[in-house]
Ligand binder design. Sequence first.
Ligand code: HEM
Length: 253
Amino acid sequence: MYTANREYIRRFGPARLVEHWLNAGTFILLVITGLAQKFHDYDISQWIIMSFGGIDTTRLVHRYSGIALTILTVQHILVASFGILFRKWQPSMVIHMKDFRDAIDNIRYYLGLSDEPARCDRYDYKQKFEYWGVVVGGMLMAATGLALWFPTVVTQVLPGQFIPAAKALHTNEALLAFLVIVTWHVYNAIFSPEVLPLDTVIFTGKISQERMIHEHPLEYERMFGVTLPRHHGKDEEPSEASAAPGHGSTPSP
Ligand code: HEM
């Protein structure tokens, strides 16, 4: 999966890139068609609803993109579970105590109390936070969305109060997800000084060696069998500890 060319390192295969953009596309459609219904009094919402051809088609587009997001979420969970259980993928999104220590280390570094940032692995604690937000949020949106779609089926097994509760959860979680994505995710992908003007990894699947060393030093060390100098700046070169590039690299989801 990984390439031995150190200038650019393959971080994501084509399946991960396609999955990301399918998720992004359905999420954008759901946010537009959902929030236009929630805030229907606003001119922009009226314009969106009319652009979709009226409220009926807007609701239809929302429901069918909801089905798409549900399928994407379920397939992701199944593929990741299969890969981890049967293909020896590293469960690289699991949250460990080290992630909490990394967060504290970085706060100390940004405050000037320490001179080395956290040394992160394939995914850092911020990426894990976003990932679990999307997976758990996706499951919640699917469950509550289906309850709003089929209230008579749901109330055969659950009390009637579940439907207004599902609506409150669905609509508020929608707003939360939208705000997190536009502030946090878009900042990290476009405006963060590390990547400005654009983080191209999710288009090309490749990351520069410089960023890899800076942002994922532990994965870099494992991948190439090298030991990076501590307190390294962005420009420092790794020292060879082993001549076997790719050593210890196990594919991750
Ligand atoms: C991240 C994904 C989603 C977002 C951001 C989102 C957002 C919203 C919002 C803001 C509303 C309006 C609620 C209100 O009127 O206050 C809504 C309604 C609704 N959503 Fe979603 N939603 C998402 C996913 C889903 C999914 C996965 C489904 C179904 C599988 C779904 C089905 C529905 C239904 C049935 C309604 C009620 C409106 C109608 O009758 O069409 N949504 N959604």
